[in-house]
Write a protein that binds this ligand. Structure first.
Ligand code: TYC
Length: 122
């Protein structure tokens, strides 16, 4: 009689995600491994000063796109005005890039030269 290998292959057992280790009694214990996944790189969105964009416009943009209350937005705007730049928020790469696009689209539409950039932190 001919036997056909037509059955689904039996799955091979997968090794546990722990490292086997012999102890003194000859038995095997499983040591828990430490987490090796790194946290994702975060990005700060930095807004830059210029001589033309109205202060009120900057305050509204910071409130709108960075979810700040008016007081906080005003403080950030004044820091940019005085220091040349300030961080408006910290986000994952894609969210930070979206914030930059949103600010620049709003500035372009209103005819202001307002600029902001995303930069990796640490
Ligand atoms: N310097 C601008 C002015 O005097 C105000 C301003 C603040 C512009 C912050 C840009 O990111 C900015 N009208």
């Amino acid at each position: 009689m001919i036997f056909m290998a037509s059955k689904t292959p039996i799955p091979v057992p997968v090794a546990p995600k722990t490292r086997p280790k012999a102890d003194d009694g000859g038995s095997v214990v499983l040591e828990r491994r430490t987490q090796k996944t790194k946290p994702p790189q975060m990005y700060q969105v930095v807004m830059l000063n210029d001589d033309y964009t109205p202060m009120e416009f900057v305050v509204v943009v910071i409130q709108e796109f960075f979810n700040k209350d008016r007081e906080t937005a005003t403080q950030i705007m004044l820091k940019i005005h005085l220091d040349g730049k300030a961080i408006c928020g910290v986000y994952s790469r894609d969210v930070a890039a979206t914030k930059v696009d949103q600010v620049q689209d709003a500035a372009r539409q209103a005819g202001h030269p307002l600029q902001c950039v995303s930069e990796p932190i640490e």
